[in-house]
Design a protein around this ligand. Sequence first.
Ligand SMILES: Nc1nc2c(ncn2[C@@H]2O[C@H](COP(=O)(O)OP(=O)(O)O)[C@@H](O)[C@H]2O)c(=O)[nH]1
Ligand SMILES: Nc1ncnc2c1ncn2[C@@H]1O[C@H](COP(=O)(O)OP(=O)(O)O)[C@@H](O)[C@H]1O
Length: 390
Amino acid sequence: MGQEIQENFSASLHETLSACGDDSDFKGHKTITEIFGKLYVVGATSEGAESPLDVKLFDKATGKWLAPTILGKKPNSSTVHSGVLVTNDRILFLKADSSANEFSYFLEVDSKFVRERKDLLGGEVVAWSKGSIGDGPKPIVISGPSGVGKGTVINKLMKDFPSTFGFSVSHTTRAPREKEVNGIHYHFTEREVMETEIKEGKFLESALVHGNLYGTSVEAVEAVTDTGKRCILDIDVQGARSVRASTIEAIFIFIRPPSFEELEKRLRDRGTETEEQIQKRLRNARKEIEEGKEGLFDHVLVNDDLESCYANLKKLLGLDSMETSNKAASVDFRTPSSFTISRDAENNIVIDSQDTETKDGIPKKIVLDVSSVRGGAPGRTRGLTVSIEY
Ligand SMILES: Nc1nc2c(ncn2[C@@H]2O[C@H](COP(=O)(O)OP(=O)(O)O)[C@@H](O)[C@H]2O)c(=O)[nH]1
Ligand SMILES: Nc1ncnc2c1ncn2[C@@H]1O[C@H](COP(=O)(O)OP(=O)(O)O)[C@@H](O)[C@H]1O
C-alpha cells in the first residue's frame, strides 16, 4: 500500500504533476496527495489568506483532470500548511497560529459519508470536515407522533440551556402555521426546489410525512455544530431510521403519548390543523407508535405530565448533574506560527514548533493520535486525540 499512497512531503509529486502539464491554476502554495493513482491537489484559487481552499483531482491513468463535487464548508487558505494522509479515506490539513478548535481540517476522499454521496450524485465527491478533539457531544434525534409534545419539550430545553443546545432547522413543503417563522421553525420551501436539492445531495435525510416533504440539510446540522452546541433534530421515524443508518452518531429518543385519546385531544386543542389533516396525522400516529417500539430508539419517554417528561429527558441527557453536561473536550492551546510535520514510531502525527520565541499557551510539540478518527456529525471528523509538550 505504501507504494500507492504518497503524501505531500514528497517533492516527486510536484514533479509528476508538472510533467503532466499542471493547469490546476492555484495561487501560491498547493499541496498534493496521491491516493491510488489519483492526485488530490488542494490550494487557493485567489490571493489572500481568506480565499477558500479548492480541490482538484488529477487521474494519472487517464492523464485527465476531474472536477469533484466538493461538500462541506471550505476552510480558507490560511489553513494550508500541509496535507497529510491519515487513513486511506481522509487527508489532514493543519493551520498555523490557530486555536485547538480550528487547527485541523480533514478532506474526506473515501469516507462512508463520501461513498454515500458518490452513490447519490455519481462522479467524484470529496467533503471537508473540521477535526474535533475527543468525541464531542452527540446530536439528539427526537421522534414521536404529531401532537405528542416534541416541540414543547424541545422549546423548554432550548430556553433552559441556550448555550448547550441548538435546533436543526428542517426544510418542509408544508405551509407555515400562524406563529411559525421562516428560518426559525422551518425553512419553508417549494416542492420542486426541494426535490432538486435532494437530488443535489443537500439533505442528510428527507421523508414524505403526512403528505409533505421534510428534510434535514447538511447545512442545518453544520450551522449548529459550528457554534459548538449540541444539535437537536425533530424528525419523523423514517428520518430517524435514515440517520441511524448514516455516519452520524446520535442519541435517539421516542416520545409516546399516555393514550391515543389524549393525543387526539392535544392535536385538536392545538388548533393548527384542519379536520382532514388531523385525521391523517392520527392514522399515521398509530403506525409511528408501533414503529417506536422496534428498538430503533435508545430511549422511550411517555409525555403524560409535561414536567415529569421534561425531568426524565434532562436526566437521560445528564443535565441534572451539570458536570456531565456533555461539554466538548477541554484541551486548549494555540498552534505555533511555524512548524514541521513528521510521524513517530506509533504513526502519530507530530507537529514541532519552529517559532524562535516561546509564548504562553503555544506548545513546543503537539502529537496527534489519528488512529480512531471517524465521521461524526456532518462536517466533523471526531476522535482526534492530542497530547502536548510545552
Ligand atoms: N424526516 C424528517 N421529518 C421531519 C423533519 N422535520 C420535521 N419532521 C417531522 O415531520 C412531522 C410533522 O411535523 P410538523 O408539520 O411540524 O407537525 P407536528 O409534528 O404536528 O408539530 C413530525 O413527525 C416531525 O418530527 C425532517 O427534517 N425530516
Ligand atoms: N404533557 C402535556 N400535557 C398536556 N398538553 C401537552 C403536553 N405536552 C404538550 N402539550 C400540548 O399539546 C400540543 C401539541 O404539542 P406539540 O409540542 O406541538 O407537539 P408535536 O411537536 O409533537 O407535534 C400543544 O398544544 C402543547 O401545548
